[in-house]
Design a protein around this ligand. Structure first.
Ligand SMILES: C[S@@+](CC[C@H](N)C(=O)[O-])C[C@H]1O[C@@H](n2cnc3c(N)ncnc32)[C@H](O)[C@@H]1O
Length: 254
């Protein structure tokens, strides 16, 4: 997918907050071997490493664009490799801490993904994951509705847009069934206060909009953007725009 670190970084401080909430769930121990699945630009991977004394942290991501500037966050503790989450899990390597912030929503079938991730955790190791509660977030539902509109539906026909993100009850059960202990799973609203609906469009364009635009040619891309912006404006006419962005955080020991 064509990720753009500049667009993504526009809302850096808003995107950092859930990372700090997730990191606060980790039991800090020295000498951990850690993997950050879907590490993006690497800035948060480095922050994670800085919290874990004498630990080694590997960040993996499938997007070369996002990884391009990771060198500035590398040091003796932190390294980055271009690899998909799926490939990483197939490698069979095991970790004291598997961490993933705002990434696994891009991987399908969480009922099989979670057990695969958990099988990459060493005995006594930890799992810490944050992901947006996609099906609850109105901006995501509006994208999906627009793609189902007769205007655009034929263009997306062969694309499976099925929601990957489960309910928190399902995640809690998956953690338990895979021998998780000290399970914490919760949803949290991260309030976004934005200048206007165009700023909300900018927020969505850093992530959820990307796979939709990728499927369209230039003319249809612009039509889709115009119609989405217009729908956002009708739905969020007031300024500033308040948007309650809902995320899921989970942590367990295995
Ligand atoms: C919203 S960004 C989050 C990046 C970083 N974890 C952060 O919190 O800033 C999602 C990242 O997941 C990566 N990603 C999406 N699908 C992936 C996959 N299947 N394998 C590896 N990385 C993936 C994207 O390239 C992107 O960098």
């Amino acid at each position: 997918m064509a990720w753009n670190p500049n667009t993504y970084n526009k809302f850096k401080s808003d995107r950092f907050l859930p990372f700090f909430d997730l990191a606060a769930l980790i039991e800090i121990k020295p000498n951990l071997e850690v993997i950050d699945l879907g590490c993006g630009t690497g800035e948060l991977t480095r922050k994670l490493a800085d919290m874990l004394p004498d630990s080694k942290v590997l960040g993996v991501d499938s997007s070369q664009e996002m990884l391009n500037d990771t060198r500035e966050f590398e040091n003796a503790q932190v390294h980055f490799e271009k690899r998909s989450i799926e490939e990483q899990l197939q490698s069979g390597s095991k970790w004291d801490l598997v961490f993933s912030n705002a990434a696994i929503q891009w991987v399908k079938n969480h009922k099989s993904l979670l057990p695969e991730i958990i099988s990459s955790i060493k005995s006594g190791g930890q799992l810490a994951i944050q992901l947006p509660a996609q099906n609850h977030n109105l901006t995501n539902r509006m994208l999906s509705d627009l793609a189902s509109d007769p205007l655009f539906e034929p263009l997306f026909k062969s694309w499976d847009r099925a929601d990957t993100v489960l309910n928190i009850d399902d995640y809690a059960e998956l953690l338990f069934e895979n021998e998780g202990r000290d399970i914490t799973v919760f949803e949290k609203i991260y309030p976004l206060v934005l200048n206007d609906s165009d700023a909300l469009f900018d927020w969505v364009s850093g992530t959820a909009l990307i796979p939709y635009l990728e499927k369209l040619d230039d003319q249809n891309k612009q039509n889709f953007i115009n119609e989405y912006k217009s729908r956002l404006k009708s739905r969020f006419p007031k300024t500033p725009v308040f948007f309650p962005f809902k995320r899921i955080l989970m942590k367990a020991t295995f």
